[in-house]
Design a protein around this ligand. Structure first.
Ligand code: GLU
Length: 334
């Protein structure tokens, strides 16, 4: 039986929405609306110190300005509320307990330094990478009540350096998946990253855990996001399977780069939706431009998201990264 179409947009509130975020949101919206499905907005605020005050509300305003709508989310509520990760810790704890029960979780007192010392020589064009977590570092034996004891210890400890992190015990089989845009991927997670952290020593839940638990709980059937997250996907698939969830379809979009060819960051203040709006850009100009950059329009003509629905097909999206012009607002206004 095929699943109900449910897509999600999951911004981290660490900055103002920029054209790259908006482009992803547009594709998520087009895909789910063209399939007659529901769009879920989830706020990924797992790391409170990185959150920018007001960013979550501003993101809602920005996307509405662009002409997008959604069915469930922080302000709207819905059957899977709350849609704010900092209010969902109990779900992450339940998942950790489940993994502990099935032998897929273990405590780890190793420091980042120890793992760094294992770093392999640089390879490929991406520079040095960290060695996978060695299987020899897994605890040989775990007492049946180790997890209860861990919880008690963590509760009573005021010093995070005495609390262990929790790691997911990966298997040694290849993970293969077919991306909606990228070529087929096969990864041996035990050889690339090894057992990865699900809860840090300071008590923060890892992105990998939260995203998987929430995608399962919210019954997401399609994950659309930037290609910069492609290398998390095999890890997430292993985790979904260990938790008994259904693996969604993945679509990893090419990146939007600034005029210098770099990934957009906070330094690209002129590329936020709020600054484009302040400069006098109207949403249809931006939507038309984004659709053109994706290969969904032959020319960057102004249009609303709804006008793109009929012809929308994920496979039409061009695979190359998109480099923005020096002054996007000026470019859009002339
Ligand atoms: N919260 C992540 C981000 O803003 C997206 C996570 C995901 O789509 O899996 O980059």
């Amino acid at each position: 039986m095929s699943r109900r179409p449910r897509g999600r947009w999951a911004p981290t509130p660490s900055g103002w929405i920029h054209v790259g975020n908006a482009r992803t949101a547009l594709v998520v919206w087009l895909s789910v609306r063209s399939r007659g499905g529901s769009l879920i907005w989830r706020l990924e605020d797992l790391d409170p110190p990185r959150a920018l005050s007001g960013a979550a509300d501003a993101a809602i305003f920005d996307l509405q300005w662009l002409g997008l709508d959604w069915d469930e989310g922080p302000a709207l509520g819905g059957p899977h509320a709350p849609y704010i990760q900092s209010l969902r810790y109990e779900f992450y704890e339940l998942a950790l307990r489940q993994l502990a029960g099935s032998g897929r979780l273990f405590p780890c007192g190793r420091t980042r330094r120890e793992l760094k010392d294992l770093t392999m020589a640089p390879h490929g064009s991406y520079g040095p990478s960290t060695a996978p977590y060695p299987t020899a570092w897994r605890p040989q034996i775990l007492a049946p009540d180790w997890y209860e004891r861990y919880l008690l210890g963590a509760e009573n400890s005021s010093n995070s350096s005495t609390v262990d992190a929790l790691r997911f015990r990966v298997h040694d089989q290849p993970v293969t998946f077919r991306d909606g845009l990228q070529s087929d991927i096969t990864e041996r997670v035990d050889q690339t990253v090894g057992d990865f952290v699900l809860k840090r020593r300071d008590g923060l839940y890892a992105y990998q855990l939260a995203v998987v638990v929430d995608d399962i709980a919210m019954d997401i059937d399609e994950v659309i996001r930037g290609v910069d997250l492609l290398d998390s996907t095999a890890r997430q698939i292993q985790l979904i399977e260990a938790l008994g969830g259904e693996v969604p379809r993945y679509v990893h979009l090419p990146m939007v780069l600034n005029a210098d060819g770099e990934k957009l960051s906070k330094r690209d203040g002129g590329l936020t939706l709020r600054s484009l709006r302040d400069a006098g850009v109207v949403p249809e100009e931006l939507v038309g431009y984004l659709a053109f950059s994706l290969g969904l329009l032959d020319r960057p003509v102004p249009c609303g998201p709804r006008e793109l629905l009929d012809a929308f097909d994920v496979s039409r999206i061009r695979l190359e990264d998109w480099r923005l012009p020096e002054n996007l607002a000026e470019h859009l206004l002339t």
